[in-house]
Each structure stands twice: as structure tokens, then as C-alpha cells.
Design a protein. Structure first.
Length: 273
């Protein structure tokens, strides 16, 4: 039975339909499913945190290959179906948590847990930042996201954005594969991409105060077409502006700065304080 037919039958049996407000587009292409699994480089000793388990298509494949899968599913109706199904199949190494991942207190999985998810557009940025800014970030993250979002995350100067800085200050992102919209049901309006994010361990030492760092970055991108000197004046004092001028040409625009240059600005201001 095809994945699409199985998903539709399961929903119909439970009198359910895909919910647009949850961004529910179910993966129905087995080849892409295998690509996600391959990208996650799964080991028998791995702990996996899955975000948005849907009807368990990916969850089951993960469970076959790793020690433990903790799956968060915000849709309580889908979570109920999953709990019933996994009980029936006696899959002991899966735990379904019917909660919003953004509001949940995540357990400590040790130093080498991984995150795998098919993320709706509206939670992509906050979910990625949540994990990267944790005290114990995951060893690896593999996400299915909208293609344009994946491209924005991976941009380099002179085309950086607030999102690309927010990810790259902590990690190295890479687009593994572009996924056509026909690989999902219901079919979304745009293509997606498999995005691999490898967190940088040293990031915690580079940025001691994430709130302060992002206050500076957000100010820089507040009016992208304006020069940095105009944007920074909104949040920096004259004294702070003086110090920043000596480490960077403030006639530039935010999108042209590299991660190293943002770090340099932050460290200059932190040192002077």
C-alpha cells in the first residue's frame, strides 16, 4: 500500500482531515523518507527527538534504527492515534508527547541526541533557534522545510538575513536535497528542502549573552536598505558607536557582514562594558 493511501485511510477511519492551521502536509514519497533517514546518519545508540510526528511514517522508520525516539505532536488527535498504534505494534522505544515543542521543557538526552522534523513554515525559525540556543544543543538536526527558507538559512555575504545569522552563529547549515511539492499530501504550494544543521560546539564560548548579541543583529537588520550607522543609532550610545566604528565600516549594510564580523562587534561592545 502506498504511503498516501495509508495516510488517507487512517485519517478517514478516525474522521479526520489534514489541518491547514497546523501546516499538515504529510510526506508520501518513500525515496525522500529514506533520504531523510540517510542524512540523519542514524546509529543504534542514538536518541532521536522528532518534532511533528504526524501519523508516524518517519517515527516508525527511526524506531527501527535507534535506541529511543521521543516524538512531539501538537495535534492531540494525531497523538492519540499514534499512541494507540504504537501500543498495538509493541514498539517499546517510542514515546509520543502530545505537546507543542515550543512550549515544552525538553528532557536531557545526553551529549549526542539528534533532532529530526518535517517543520511547518510558521515554526521553522523558532524551533531551530530553540534547539541551537539550548545549554545542551543536539549533535545534529535534519529538517524538512520550505525551499526558500532553507536557502535563506544557508545564505552567505552579501545576502545574509537575520535568520541566516541566527542559525550560522551556532551551526553549519547545508541543503541536502530539494524536494518537489508532489512528494507531499495535501500538495503544498511550494517545494521543500532537506536541511542538515550541524551545531558548533564552540558557539557557546563565542556568544556569552545571546539576548545582547541578537539585540545588535536585529538593530542592524531593522532597515536592511539603510547603512549600519543609521540602524545602530537606534540601540547604541554615542560611546558604543565610537567603539564599533573602529572595528567596522559602518557605511556597509547588515546583509554584507559575515558571522565573524557580527561576533567582532558583539565582543567589542562586551569588552568595553
Amino acid at each position: 500500500m502506498s504511503l498516501k493511501k495509508k495516510i488517507k485511510e487512517t485519517l478517514e477511519k478516525n474522521n479526520l482531515k489534514p489541518k491547514k492551521y497546523f501546516g499538515q502536509n504529510f510526506l508520501i514519497e518513500k525515496g525522500i523518507l529514506n533520504q531523510v533517514i540517510e542524512t540523519a546518519d542514524l546509529k543504534k545508540e542514538d536518541f532521536i527527538l522528532e518534532v511533528g510526528s504526524g501519523l508516524g511514517t518517519l517515527t516508525k522508520e527511526l524506531a527501527k534504527r535507534v535506541k529511543k525516539v521521543i516524538a512531539f505532536e501538537k495535534d492531540k488527535e494525531l497523538a492519540r492515534i499514534l499512541n494507540q498504534e504504537f501500543d498495538i505494534k509493541n514498539i517499546k522505544n517510542v514515546k509520543i508527547i502530545p505537546e507543542d515543542i515550543l512550549k515544552s521543557k525538553i528532557e536531557n538526552f545526553g551529549t549526542k541526541y539528534k533532532v529530526v522534523a518535517n517543520l511547518p513554515y510558521y515554526i521553522t525559525s523558532p524551533v531551530i533557534r530553540k534547539f541551537l540556543e539550548m545549554e545542551n544543543p543536539p549533535f545534529l538536526m535534519v529538517f524538512m522545510v520550505q525551499k526558500e527558507v532553507a536557502k535563506r538559512i544557508c545564505q552567505k555575504p552579501p545576502n545574509m538575513s537575520l535568520l541566516s545569522v541566527a542559525v550560522q552563529i551556532y551551526a553549519t547549515p547545508k541543503i541536502v536535497k530539494i524536494v518537489k511539492k508532489d512528494s507531499f499530501w495535501p500538495k503544498p504550494k511550494v517545494d521543500s528542502a532537506i536541511l542538515k544543521i550541524s551545531p558548533l560546539i564552540k558557539a557557546k564560548n563565542e556568544i556569552m549573552n545571546a539576548n545582547q548579541f541578537f539585540k545588535i543583529v536585529k538593530a542592524g537588520f531593522s532597515s536592511p536598505r539603510k547603512q549600519l550607522k543609521n540602524n545602530f543609532q537606534k540601540v547604541l550610545s554615542k560611546k558604543e558607536m565610537f567603539h564599533v566604528k573602529h572595528c567596522l565600516d559602518l557605511s556597509r549594510r547588515a546583509q554584507s557582514l559575515s558571522i565573524d564580523e557580527w561576533t567582532k562587534i558583539y565582543k567589542t561592545l562586551a569588552k568595553k562594558k
